[in-house]
Design a protein around this ligand. Structure first.
Ligand code: PBG
Length: 320
């Protein structure tokens, strides 16, 4: 009888000895939504423990998060007013400045950079009159936003718009203004996905017409999925990312090998909501399901994970 796989599985200590996927709490990034419009925290459907908050409530939340060692955040700012040009970034600037003044180096604060929560039409780019993407103006706006965040004290820039040239354009403006040390974590392989629903409600960023297929990746095209990350690497990205996480696992090692950069994965709102809702229906234990999903993402070679459950890591007891 062959007992080769069974032999090492009969004792808990021995099973633990054989664990070969490990990760650190700081490799988990917690998204946080701060809105200019809300007075009280607003729950986000499907994302338990996540709220759209005003700055004061967000600070209270971050204080609690720090206590459970959750210190790496990805910020999404939701301004009150939308426009088609001349974006007013006062709210963005003052929010980031205030967060960094309050928490300084006790947190690492990434900010998503995109146009979709600023534009009236909810798209991640600007359009010409003939409705084609106005890439030049889009890159200028994305770069201006990045510089504003840098001046406000942001720790890292995370462009999520998927425009060609944005990483280079942002790197250039940062370097010209002496922000040479500010890292860029590009959403480098980001699919046009059905799993962004809860997020778009929270960030008030759903497109008012059409969809994002003109600029986000087609999940039927693996070649472009890899090429897109190579592009960001060539343009100077420091860190790459695939998204949605579980639906992009096949790409991670490939991108790492081709770029020699670290690749993270974003467990997006729809993926997370899938776990939440199935646990609510009594179909699985939420914490155990979440933990499994993280290990699978790490097993696929991801360096870091952006997850709406990052603040629960201590409770999940995976760091001993
Ligand atoms: C903004 C942006 C989106 C997400 C992150 N940044 C939405 C989109 O591209 O439509 C999705 C995150 C999530 O679903 O958790 N462009």
């Amino acid at each position: 009888m062959n007992h080769n796989i069974l032999r090492l599985k009969q004792n808990k200590i021995l099973r633990n000895m054989c664990v070969d996927i490990n990760f650190l709490q700081d490799q988990l990034i917690q998204p946080i939504f701060i809105s200019q419009k809300v007075k009280e925290p607003v729950a986000i459907t499907g994302l338990d423990d996540n709220y759209v908050m005003n700055l004061d409530d967000a600070k209270k939340q971050i204080e609690k998060d720090i206590k459970v060692n959750c210190k790496n955040f990805l910020l999404f700012l939701v301004p009150e007013k939308k426009s088609l040009s001349n974006f007013n970034l006062d709210f963005h600037y003052s929010t980031i400045k205030s967060l960094k003044e309050t928490f300084s180096n006790n947190i690492f604060l990434w900010s998503d950079v995109c146009l979709c929560s600023l534009t009236q039409h909810g798209h991640c780019c600007l359009y010409k009159e003939n409705e084609s993407i106005d890439l030049d103006r889009t890159l200028i706006e994305l770069s201006k936003i990045s510089l504003t965040y840098a001046e406000a004290g942001i720790d890292g820039i995370a462009p999520s718009d998927m425009m060609d040239g944005r990483t280079r354009s942002i790197r250039n403006i940062l370097d010209k203004n002496n922000f040479n040390f500010l890292p860029i974590m590009s959403y480098s392989t980001k699919f046009s996905s059905n799993f962004y629903g809860p997020f778009r409600d929270a960030a008030d960023s759903a497109p008012k017409f059409g969809n994002r297929k003109q600029y986000q990746l087609d999940y039927r095209n693996k070649n472009d999925a890899i090429r897109s990350s190579i592009r960001c690497a060539n343009e100077g990205a420091d860190l790459l990312m695939v998204k949605p996480a579980l639906y992009s696992l096949d790409l991670i090692e490939n991108i790492k090998n081709k770029t020699n950069l670290m690749v993270g994965a974003y467990q997006v709102s729809g993926e997370y909501a899938g776990l939440t809702l199935s646990a609510k229906e009594g179909l699985m234990n939420f914490n155990e399901g979440l933990k499994e999903s993280w290990y699978v993402i790490k097993r696929s070679g991801a360096q870091f994970i952006i997850s709406y459950g990052s603040r629960k890591a201590k409770e999940l007891n995976i760091f001993g």
